[in-house]
Design a protein around this ligand. Structure first.
Ligand code: FE2
Length: 378
């Protein structure tokens, strides 16, 4: 097993944004705007002097998603989409000093992707750099303390909400109640989980919050292992999954086949009112994994002393519930949101629990297996 050394403090302030490389950025942004309640906030493309790609920023609460699509066949985005389908290219971190972050990371063994670069416009300046992580995924370092524009130099504001606070303005939409990114999960190949866990430990000083063994994450047919790496305070939590041998093909293998390698599997978005969030998402056409009624018999028992948890309401929306020593959490998982069975989302509401829903893994994975069987990939 690889050592999990602590590389020492690494100054990450937050997840700045998540950038998706997609086939049609305008339509992806439209989906997240209309089904997910994001607000269109900034745009870069031909009209702003960008010749080879178009990028649309959408915002809800502290969550910023950027969808970028190629305008030319030789754009790196076009090649990326051909290989992976629509996927997450960049989990960007906000840092106080991008040059220092890049220097530290590369010194500690990170693969440099983009040397620190300053870009400026009338709103100020941004310094950004990037390092590689699993597969073709990268982490940008964004230093924006001297920038007041809608997103990054080159972008122009398009909507009513420019900042990450979700405050209303002209054209502001009502969101669905999601506020922040809780965690971002990567799928890596068999035998590579510890390598990438060590990468985050060595380079960013992350520690292992929790380790799920394959005997904890398994059904009769499939299994996987997972390690949650985090910054120690909870601003950034990055679980890393690898497949484990089972009687049938696991969901991680299915992902690796269709994404053509490692990449981001799902992003969990925090809500304070998951019932209302899920209701509104369903109204917008978002599809969730179904769980059987039998699952709720067990939830009723486990939550019998917690009167503020309305199990019937959870059951009506197929929301999952889990408890640990620290509290409880409610969660639900979408079906894949792209054509390939790769990326999906989780909605999570936390009440003290810092867990990931271990008690739900079996019910969840059985639900995923039923979907895999329909796809002929189990
Ligand atoms: Fe998750």
């Amino acid at each position: 097993m690889a050592p999990e050394t602590n590389g020492g403090a690494f100054p990450i302030q937050a997840i700045d944004h998540i950038e998706f490389w997609v086939g049609n950025a305008r339509q992806s942004a439209y989906y997240f705007t209309n089904a997910w309640g994001f607000c269109p906030s900034a745009y870069a493309g031909l009209e702003t002097g960008v010749r080879d790609h178009a990028s649309h920023l959408v915002v809800q609460g502290d969550i910023r998603f950027v969808f970028s699509g190629a305008l030319q066949p030789d754009s790196p985005i076009a090649g990326h989409v051909a290989r992976h389908g629509d996927g997450v290219k960049d989990v960007a971190f906000r840092v106080p000093d991008a040059e220092e972050a890049y220097r530290l990371a590369v010194e500690r063994g990170a693969r440099g992707i983009k040397e620190p670069t300053v870009s400026e416009d009338e709103h100020g300046k941004v310094v950004r750099a990037a390092i590689g992580t699993y597969g073709e995924t990268i982490h940008s370092f964004i230093q924006r303390s001297e920038y007041s524009g809608p997103f990054l130099p080159g972008f122009r504001a398009t909507g009513g909400v420019a900042g990450p606070d979700g405050a209303g303005g002209p054209g502001a939409r009502s969101g669905v109640g999601i506020k922040a990114v809780d965690h971002v999960v990567g799928n890596v190949e068999l035998g590579k989980m510890n390598t990438w866990a060590a990468y985050y430990a060595d380079i960013m000083g992350f520690t292992n919050l929790v380790h799920f063994r394959d005997d904890q994450i398994s059904t009769d047919y499939t299994a996987l292992m997972s390690k949650v790496m985090w910054d120690g305070v909870g601003r950034v939590k990055l679980p890393i999954n690898e497949p484990a041998p089972g009687k049938k093909k696991s969901q991680i293998d299915e992902y690796l086949d269709f994404y053509r390698g490692p990449g981001v599997q799902h992003m969990a978005l925090l809500s304070d009112d998951i019932l209302s969030t899920v209701q509104r998402l369903r109204g917008g056409g978002v599809e969730f994994l179904p769980v059987p009624d039998a699952y709720y018999e067990e939830v009723r028992e486990r939550f019998s002393d917690l009167r503020d948890v309305d199990v019937a309401a959870l059951q009506s929306q197929r929301i999952l519930a889990d408890r640990d020593e620290e509290g409880y959490l409610l969660q639900i998982f979408t079906k894949p949101v792209v054509d390939r069975p790769t990326i999906f989302f989780e909605i999570i509401e936390r009440h003290g629990s810092r867990g990931f829903g271990l008690g739900n893994f079996k019910a969840l994975f059985e639900a995923i297996e039923r979907e895999q069987a329909l796809r002929g990939t189990l």
